[in-house]
Unconditional design. Structure first.
Length: 557
């Protein structure tokens, strides 16, 4: 093949790859032709039209720019879309996969597409997320890997660039006319709405609310939460909120209004559809949709530090003891006191008792649970780990399904002051949650005195469970003035180890396990000895931390 033809072939493949990435990374799950047209417009704008020659470094920059634009597309991309709609290929991608991607946050969606559609290795995905300025990239990749894979596979499609000369956007007058003409055609397929976004009425999506007293007579579920707020009877506002959600996602049936009112002066509506929550603040571009779980007692974040409580909850108190004013179920503004703005938020009390809830960045704070060392008992033999525990290992390891402790679940209770302080420390050591958190449990599986003047310490396994499955668990060695993250932990049979520097500047390997288990370590440690479930071994060179891996297992004791 001639060199010029080969270069053009490579450039065409590069163009198709970019369009493919943009198509799957774009938010929502609207009509395929509309989504693909926006994807092509993004790529055409980045490449300048045509099939330019491409070098490796240029290609990487172009891919980063395309991904950044597709993650959070500007509304202006919808104006003057006619040329791209007319240039769509005959064969369009299967919509099943984009529906599965719609519930992910933008960074997780990028990681999933790169890992499981493009087939890139984890390190390459990590580099791309860093280029996109994503924080805490490894938890994002872990969340993408833990997501259940849809059965649908992406079909090939052959987009070609739209050549508009030097100006990638049509003049406003022509764009408006084109939009109107194309919109008329699309309305035939989409149920009467412009550009493939039918109204809630066209999709037969109805908005309702529970009767004010239902929660007093029926089981306490989200279904019995009444609609609250001073805009509940503003039908025009709630209709706009419902239509904004309908345009963003394919919903049908019944949506529940939970709140409509002014939050810090901002008109805000919160709607629910099954396990999804939508928070609307006045314009379609300010609509946030996320999986909210099905727990009926967790509050709902309204924004501005205010929270909507369950109708059976009557009071809230901050960890410092300040009473939180609650008006019509809405709290006064409250913020988490930790530096990372994650952790214990307030104690809630009501007919279902008192409990402590914590903030982890989602739309719903979660109940914080604590288990003491005596509450965990290993009832089945622990299997040795197949891979060594390395000092540089990632502290989080996801699983496809939640890990459940062998102990029976405890009823949520208000945490004691010492436990709240422990959660304050643990919360900032945990990575930023990549998805909405629905459960947070801290298992204090060992406590005692560290050797060689190390003082009192406790080893904690902290687990966060995500909405729609998956979890992360991290072990932490907590001392009075020091906390060390020590890798992934298994809540059923927790065991963890780390190299630790004593007050005398000597290195020791420490490991601990839950009750009825004994830690066992193999590797570069000298004369390991276990006392009261704490293993202590010396480093080969006392003043130098070993870099070789240690294989750590837990055995019945």
């Amino acid at each position: 093949m001639p060199e010029a033809a080969m270069a053009r072939t490579e450039a065409e493949a590069h163009y198709r790859d970019l369009v493919r990435l943009a198509y799957f990374v774009l938010p929502g799950n609207g009509k395929r032709f509309y989504r693909l047209a926006i994807a092509q417009r993004i790529v055409d704008g980045v490449l300048g039209g045509g099939f330019p020659g491409v070098r490796a470094r240029t290609a990487a920059k172009q891919r980063t720019k395309v991904l950044r634009m597709a993650m959070r597309p500007s509304w202006r991309l919808r104006i003057g879309l006619g040329p791209w709609l007319r240039a769509l290929p005959a064969k369009l991608p299967d919509p099943a996969l984009t529906k599965a991607l719609a519930g992910m946050d933008p960074a997780t969606r990028v990681a999933y597409v790169l890992r499981h559609i493009e087939g890139l290795p984890r390190y390459a995905v990590r580099d791309q997320l860093v280029a996109l300025r994503t924080r805490d990239v490894w938890p994002v990749i872990d969340a993408a890997d833990a997501t259940e894979r849809p059965a649908a596979r992406p079909e090939p499609f052959e987009p070609t660039p739209v050549r508009l000369g030097r100006r990638p956007v049509l003049p406003i007058a022509a764009a408006t006319l084109t939009t109107a003409l194309i919109g008329t055609l699309i309305a035939t397929e989409s149920g009467g709405s412009l550009l493939g976004t039918p109204s809630a009425e066209a999709r037969n999506l109805r908005l309702g609310s529970a009767a004010p007293g239902d929660w007093k007579r029926r089981p306490h579920t989200l279904d019995v939460w009444p609609a609250r707020g001073d805009l509940v009877n503003d039908k025009a506002f709630t209709a706009r909120a419902l239509n904004a959600w309908s345009r963003k996602a394919r919903l049908a049936g019944h949506a529940q209004l939970l709140y409509a009112g002014r939050v810090g002066g901002v008109p805000t509506a919160v709607l629910r559809h099954r396990d999804l929550l939508a928070r609307y603040t006045g314009t379609p571009e300010r609509l946030e949709v996320t999986a909210g779980g099905t727990d009926a007692s967790n509050p709902i974040a309204l924004g501005g530090g205010r929270y909507l409580l369950a109708p059976w909850d009557t009071g809230a108190v901050t960890p410092s003891g300040r009473k939180v004013t609650v008006t019509d179920g809405v709290t006064d503004a409250v913020t988490v006191r930790t530096r990372c703005r994650r952790g214990p938020l307030f104690d809630v009390s009501g007919l279902d008792g008192a409990r402590t809830v914590g903030e982890f960045g989602g739309m719903r704070p979660v109940v914080l649970t604590y288990r003491s060392p005596t509450s965990l008992t290993a009832t089945s033999p622990a299997k040795p780990s197949a891979s060594p525990v390395k000092p540089s290992a990632s502290p989080v390891k996801p699983s496809a399904s939640p890990v459940k402790p062998t102990a029976s679940p405890a009823k949520p209770v208000r945490l004691k002051a010492a436990t709240v302080r422990l959660w304050d420390r643990l919360s900032c050591l945990l990575p930023q949650a990549a998805r909405p958190v629905i459960e947070a449990v801290a298992w204090d599986f060992w406590s005692g005195s560290l050797p060689h003047g190390g003082g009192r310490a406790q080893w904690v396994c902290t687990r966060l469970a995500y909405a729609r499955g998956g979890d992360t668990a991290q072990a932490t060695l907590v001392r009075e003035k020091e906390s060390l993250t020590t890798g992934w932990c298994d809540g059923r049979r927790p065991v963890s180890g780390t190299w630790w520097k004593s007050p005398s500047d000597r290195w020791y390997y420490l490991a601990a396990a839950a009750r009825d288990l004994v830690p066992h370590a193999q590797g570069s440690l000298v004369k390991p000895k276990v006392t009261k479930r704490l293993l202590v071994g010396s480093a080969p060179e006392a003043k130098q931390r070993p870099q070789t891996p240690v294989t750590l297992t837990a055995r019945p004791g």
